[in-house]
Design a protein around this ligand. Structure first.
Ligand code: 13P
Ligand code: 13P
Ligand code: MG
Ligand code: MG
Length: 364
């Protein structure tokens, strides 16, 4: 019988060059060597290593299913080894996202971000892996809505018989740690009530309604909730399957032609526009941003990752990049004022308790 393939994307920031800008080449080399040896040992089928800003991205294919202890342990050991190198080079924030000392079977809840899906490979199976820096998992809500629920974005929802029934959104309430499945288009307005609140409700998975086939998955780890204090942004990843019953590649990329507002940027405490960039521009600098996203396209071939194609390396996205810079100027001009600065409850950094303590007797 034909076997399912699992696509696992596991990422972490374990130290950066310079400040929070970029992963050092030596760290990527560690990941590459280790994944090559995992390939030889047949732990994984194939892999691709890259970075989005200061986050190391491990893209792996294998036959071990989601949440495989062996795959998670492999990723953990790479991040541990890379942390050692980061410490040696005194890179900034060495070990930043590794919140636990010892591996305990599943990397979820230990700091790194994880997005995984298992499925039967189609005759031709295009997938796109999106990786963002200086933002948080709520950043995927807007594009996922556009891709899988908005006919003005995705004409396939109207004209492709295999998509016309719509998609099911699985939404996670990160405060109560509960999920709900909403069928679209019927529940569109309910869905939007939730996912418009990008700090609380995250689209975790999307399924094709006709046959429940997995269409998209995101990393939904919130480091600040795991750690109980700010330890860096969650810099999320997302996998989206394309074509033949799923949105076309161009429909999946289309939402990023608009520079929508996300939270993150400087100190994880600001709103700003997201910028789709090519791999070579995935190193945020201005005010540690603006937040950015890269897209690696692959064709799967018996578990092998054919590619990647650098999907935002296209002049068609020049205009949104220009827009992002204009919007960035607009936000920056607010300085420490909202809505550039996040609301009091959402900031990852705050001096408020200390200021309050100091001044509380002066309040009349
Ligand atoms: P092709 O006719 O090139 O397969 O394109 C179909 C499609 O889905 C374009 O988005
Ligand atoms: P990272 O989450 O990418 O490490 O960024 C943290 C930060 O404080 C940027 O200003
Ligand atoms: Mg960092
Ligand atoms: Mg980062």
């Amino acid at each position: 019988m034909e076997e399912k393939v699992t696509l696992s994307v596991i990422k972490a920031d374990v130290g950066s060059l310079v400040g929070h800008s970029m992963v050092h080449e030596e760290l990527l080399k560690i990941a590459l060597t280790s994944l090559n040896s995992a390939k030889e040992q047949k732990i994984i089928i194939d892999s691709y290593v890259t970075h989005a800003g200061d986050d190391i991205e491990l893209i792996m294919t294998h036959r071990r299913g989601e949440e495989s202890e062996e795959i998670h342990k492999l990723a953990w050991s790479i991040f541990k080894a890379a942390t050692e190198k980061a410490k040696e080079l005194k890179l900034y924030g060495a070990g930043q996202d590794l919140l636990k000392d010892a591996f305990s079977g599943n990397i979820k809840g230990m700091g790194p971000g994880v997005a995984e899906m298992e499925f039967f490979e189609r005759k031709s199976d295009p997938v796109i892996v999106f990786m963002a820096d200086k933002t948080s998992p709520g950043a995927w809500n807007y594009p996922l809505y556009k891709i899988f629920a908005d006919p003005f974005n995705t004409s396939g929802l109207v004209i492709d018989p295999s998509m016309h029934d719509g998609f099911i959104f699985e939404v996670l309430d990160i405060r109560d740690n509960k999920t709900i499945k909403l069928n679209c288009p019927e529940a569109l307005y309910d869905l939007l009530m939730f996912i418009g609140a990008t700090n609380r409700y995250l689209v975790k998975k999307v399924f094709r309604k006709k046959d429940n086939e997995i269409a998209a998955v995101t990393s939904t780890q919130k480091l600040s909730l795991i750690a109980g204090k700010y330890v860096g942004k969650d810099d999320p990843v997302m996998i989206v399957r394309c074509q033949s019953g799923f949105p076309a590649v161009g429909e999946v990329l289309e939402p990023f032609a608009f520079s929508y507002t996300v939270d993150g940027w400087m100190r994880g405490s600001h709103h700003g526009p997201i910028m789709p960039v090519s791999f070579k521009d995935a190193h945020p600098t201005r005010f540690d941003g603006p937040p950015r996203v890269i897209a690696a396209g692959f064709q799967l071939a018996n578990g092998k990752l054919i590619g990647p194609q650098d999907m935002f390396d296209d002049p068609a996205f020049d205009e949104v990049r220009r827009q992002t810079n204009i919007i960035a100027n607009y936000f920056r001009a607010h300085g420490p004022f909202e809505p550039h600065r996040l609301g009091l409850d959402d900031m990852e950094y705050t001096t408020m308790p200390e200021i309050m303590k100091k001044l509380k007797d002066k309040f009349k």
